[in-house]
Design a protein around this ligand. Structure first.
Ligand code: ASP
Ligand code: MG
Length: 411
């Protein structure tokens, strides 16, 4: 069997953790499996390097940043190889470039173009464990590139696809993907499996288990993988294409995002082009918008409308400023902002085939006395904006409604 294992920063945070990871690699190697290990930088290292660079220059050159940041992972591959040697296991470390990972030239956020795993296969055929530096690759003209924060996940998934691995395991510091953040919802349940689309929704909604791009890549190349803890031996969560039985469950999980803020433009002239101008202006300032609501009340119909939308909190001030700049040309009456909000979303492919999901969601919030500020839906998701102050309570109320305790069959 060919296995790709990825160890994240906390799983290789110090020599002892590296030894633990090496012991796990050894278990598979001793069963005659071929093992390719992808590692992140030790936790805190990448952030530390970025800080050092910024202490020298406010906006460091991206090419040099890639040369710098790639050293984090390069440290870990060598330490991991040495930890395996200490156990008498032959192991070879390879940088992203040596492993044949080719990318485009977009320094600091490069995309993988292709992988030629000749060197990896050669080392495996000699019985070696191969340890590959995550998060990095090289351009055709041999410049070092990195794949964006959290990019080691992408390295692992892409290698699993290129090598047609039989198993891909993503080792992290949580036991898997849960029905909600277990730190906020103590009776959250670990999921045995989840579809790519559900995982993508949960990941992009603030349940930061894995880099979103790596999940998109896995979906595209149909890489089945498992997210599990490197701190224990519990089975994790399998991420794979949606199956019919997945729809039997109404929702898979609930996520929360406290990083949103809301802006409301009042009495926007109700004519073609108003909304286009507002969102073109925001787009031009590279501010991405999430939820949007436009509403005409009977009193103002045919003359003016209110538009509310959300942006990431750090973009609030800029969004406010650029909109004030076009106040004259658009002609809205007021601009209000609110950063004391949170977005809570229920996600599940089962929504496609179950009715009454929205009613259950809104009913549970009503019973808990929580007001809904905005609502949006997609095929497999319903999101609401609530007051920040009530957000944790809302999350728990929804979890209790959708995952009653007696249904906990996955201890
Ligand atoms: N070391 C990189 C980061 O911290 C890549 C990774 O950990 O996946 O973003
Ligand atoms: Mg990481």
């Amino acid at each position: 069997m060919l296995i790709v294992q990825k160890y994240g920063g906390t799983s290789v945070a110090n020599p002892e953790r590296i030894q633990n990871a090496a012991a796990r690699v050894a278990e598979y190697w001793e069963k005659n499996d071929s093992v390719v290990v992808v590692v992140s930088a030790m936790s805190g290292v990448t952030d530390g390097l970025i800080k050092m660079a910024h202490s020298l220059i406010p906006s460091p050159n991206r090419r040099e940043m890639d040369v710098l940041l790639a050293t984090g992972e390069q440290t870990t591959i060598a330490l991991m190889a040495l930890a395996l040697h200490a156990r008498g296991i032959p192991a070879t470390s390879l940088t992203g470039a040596q492993a044949g990972i080719k990318t485009d030239r977009a320094h600091s956020r490069a995309k993988i173009k292709n992988i030629s795993p000749t060197k990896i296969r050669e080392c495996l055929s000699q019985g070696h464990v191969v340890i590959v530096a995550g998060f990095q690759g090289e351009t055709d003209d041999r410049m070092i590139t990195t794949l964006g924060r959290g990019g080691s996940d992408l390295s692992a998934i892409a290698l699993a696809a290129a090598l047609k691995a039989d198993l891909c395991q993503i080792y992290t510091d949580v036991d898997g993907v849960f029905t909600a953040d277990p730190r906020l919802v103590p009776n959250a349940i670990k999921l045995a499996e989840i579809s790519y689309d559900e995982m993508l929704e949960l990941a992009s909604l603030g349940a930061k288990v894995m880099q979103s791009r790596s999940i998109e890549f896995a979906k595209k190349f149909e890489v089945v993988f498992e997210v599990r803890s490197s701190m224990n031996n519990k089975p994790g969560t399998i991420v794979k294409e949606e199956t019919k039985s997945m729809e039997d469950v109404i929702i898979r999980g609930i996520s929360m995002d406290k990083n949103q803020a809301k802006l409301t433009l009042s009495r926007v002239p109700d004519k073609p082009g108003s909304a286009a101008n507002v969102f073109k202006t925001l787009g031009g300032a590279s501010i991405s918008v999430d939820m949007i609501i436009q509403n005409n009340s009977p009193e103002t119909a045919k003359s003016a409308t209110d538009i509310s939308f959300t942006v990431d909190k750090p973009n609030l001030k800029r969004a406010h400023d650029v909109l004030l700049g076009i106040k004259g040309s658009i002609g809205f009456a007021g601009l209000a902002e609110d950063d004391q909000i949170a977005k809570i979303s229920i996600v599940g492919v089962g929504m496609k085939s179950h009715s009454g999901v929205a009613a259950l969601m809104f009913g549970a919030l009503a019973d808990a006395g929580i007001n809904i500020i905005m609502i949006s839906t997609s095929e497999i998701k319903i999101s609401v904006i609530v007051e920040l102050e009530k957000a944790d309570e809302a999350l728990r109320a929804l979890h209790a409604a959708f995952f009653p305790v007696h249904r906990n069959t996955n201890p």
